[in-house]
Design a protein around this ligand. Structure first.
Ligand code: ITT
Length: 194
């Protein structure tokens, strides 16, 4: 089954490719001829995921899905959440986002947080949504070189490593995205594959 992943984030593509298995052929935005930046200006992860997937479905007429992910820090009223990509400002780097988050959390004894991924899939003109979460703590400093985004400061509960210290396979087994994709794959296999 061919399905387009509506993302500009190559790290997400690598993770999802590993999770999908050989029954699915993942098409990139480039492969379907979509070169424009996809808008994501909604106020929720659900809204952003839907906005990206719906745009691609309606303009390129391919079955597709999008993932919107946020890091929700409990002591910061679940910020940065839907603003995770531009926490320090829209043209600032990932390093700036991480530094701002560590700074804002400096005085807080509560380091609890969760990553949450929402997948919106448009298949044959119908929308389906899937969610995955993982709880953990924000570390005091960055650690590890793998992964991307906030991975160097997120240690999932029950593990003594940040996501950036894990292999992709290890992260995928327990991560927000891994869990959301597992539900999505199960759904696709049940409903669209023989
Ligand atoms: P697309 O919208 O094109 O899919 P994006 O990078 O903008 O790509 P998001 O809006 O979902 O994706 O990401 C929000 C922020 O959260 C961004 O700073 C990412 O680096 C970060 N992020 C997303 N998934 C992550 C993960 O698995 N681990 C660590 N950080 C992640």
């Amino acid at each position: 089954m061919e399905i387009c992943f509506a993302t500009n984030n190559d790290n997400k593509i690598k993770e999802v490719k590993q999770l999908l298995g050989e029954q699915f052929q993942l098409l990139s935005l480039k492969e379907i001829g979509c070169t424009e930046e996809l808008a994501e200006d909604q106020s929720t992860l659900e809204g952003n995921a839907r906005q990206k997937a719906q745009y691609v479905f309606e303009n390129y007429h391919v079955n597709c899905f999008a993932d919107d992910t946020g890091l929700e820090v409990f002591a910061l009223n679940n910020e940065p959440g839907v603003y995770s990509a531009r926490y320090a400002g829209s043209h600032r780097s990932n390093k700036d986002n991480i530094n701002l988050l560590l700074d804002n959390l400096k005085a807080s004894p509560n380091r609890g947080a969760q990553f949450r991924t929402v997948i919106s899939a448009f298949i044959n003109n119908k929308e389906y949504t899937f969610e995955g979460k993982v709880e953990g703590v924000i570390t005091n400093e960055q650690s590890g070189n793998d992964g991307f985004g906030y991975d160097p400061i997120f240690k999932p509960n029950g593990f003594d490593k940040t996501f950036a210290e894990m292999s992709m396979a290890q992260k995928n087994m327990i991560s927000h995205r891994g869990r959301a994709v597992a539900k999505f794959v199960e759904f696709l296999k049940t409903n669209f594959l023989n």
